[in-house]
Design a protein around this ligand. Sequence first.
Ligand SMILES: Cc1ncc(COP(=O)(O)O)c(C=O)c1O
Length: 402
Amino acid sequence: MSHDQEHRWPILSQRADRVLNGPAPGAWMPGSSPNAINLVSGYPYADAVPVEALVAAARALAQDEGDRPFQYLGSARQSFLREWLARAMGPELGAEDQLLVTFGALQGLDLAAQAALDRDTAVLVQSPTYMEALEVFRNYTDHIVPVAECDGVFPMGAVEEALEGAARRGTPVRLIYWGADFQNPTGLVTPESDRRELVSLAARHGAWLVEDAAYRDLFFGEPLPSLKALDSAQHVVYLGTLSKTVAPGLRIGWAVGPKRLLTAMDRMKKDLGNPFVEAVVGEYLQAIDYESHVRELRQAYAQRAEEAVKALGAPAQGVEVPKPRGGYFLWVRLRETWDSDHVAAFLAQEGIMALSGRWFCVETEPDPHAIRLSFSYQPLDQLIDGFSAAGRALRAFAEAHP
Ligand SMILES: Cc1ncc(COP(=O)(O)O)c(C=O)c1O
C-alpha cells in the first residue's frame, strides 16, 4: 500500500506525503560485498584529508578560548572563516552580494530551492545531473525540466526552448541548476560562450541561476570564468564547498549571491549552523597555505585520473572514456544498446561498485547509456586494480553482448 492510501492520524503535510512516496535519499548507493572496490563514492582519498592540521586547529581553539567555541555565540574565529571565504571569492563577491556559510553546498542548494520554488514552478537541470540535487528538488516541486547533453555539450538552444516550454505550460522555471566545471557526473566543462549565454538566458527569463562549483578548484588545465563572474544582472547564486578540497564531514560550504535571495535563505536557515566547526575551520584556514594545498591536490587528482584511464584501457568498441579535465569522476559512455543498470550490476558481480547513469536522470528521460566511476577515493594501488578490473569486466560484458 502506498503511503497515500494509508489513513494515519495525525495527518502529514502534502509535502511530507510526496517525499514519503518518492525514492529514499541515497537509494543510488549500491550495497557492497566485503572485497568490492568502491568506485562510487565522491570522497577525497584518505591522505588528502588534513587530519593532523584540523586536530591542531581544534586544540588551539580550545586552549585559547576555553568554553567559548562550545557556546551558542561561538568563537571569534568564525569570522576568520567568513573573511577567508570572502577573500577566496575575490571580485566575484560583488558589492550587491551576500555570503552565507552553509552545511555544505547541498544545504545552499536546499535553501535556494526553498527560497525560489513553489509547487507550481519548475527547476531546470542538466541531464544527466548530480543525483542528490534531484533528491533536493523533488522535495519542493514536481516540475523538474531536463536539458539533455548532446555530443559533449548542453545546448543553449535547448535551454531556451525548455524555458519557453515551461512558461507556456504555466509552470515557469524559477531556478536553473548548473554545473559549469567538471559537472557531476559527466565531467563536462561549459564553454565560455555558453556560460555567457546561460547567464543572459536566466536574466531574460527571470530565473535564479544556481552555479554548483563543488569541483571548481580541482582543474587540471586552465580555469574558465565562473558564471558568477559573468553575472551583471544579479541572478547567479554561487555554491562553494570545502568537501572536495578539505573534508566532507566538516559540512562547510557557502553561498554567494544577490542580497534579496540570500537574505531569504539566511532567514530560512535561522541559526542552524555549527559554530564550533566553523571556528575550527576558520583557524585551520588561517594557519595553512590553501593555494599550495589545493595545487598539490590538483596534481594528485590529475595523476589519479590519468592512471584510472590507463588502467581501464580500451574496454570495447563503442565504449568511450573521455579524459577528465578536473574533478573526481570518469563518465564511461557505453554502447547505445547497453542498459546502464545492467552494466553496473554486471560490474558489481565482478567486485566493482560503479554507479549506473540512470541515477543522474529524471524518470522520464531515456537511459544515458553510461556509468560513473570515481577516481578520488581509493588508495592509488587499489584505484589502479579497480579500474583494471572494471576494464576487464567491460570487455567480458562486450563479449557476452556482441
Ligand atoms: C556536484 C556536487 N554538488 C554538491 C556536492 C555536495 O557538496 P557538500 O558536501 O558541500 O554538500 C557534491 C558532492 O558529491 C557534488 O558532487
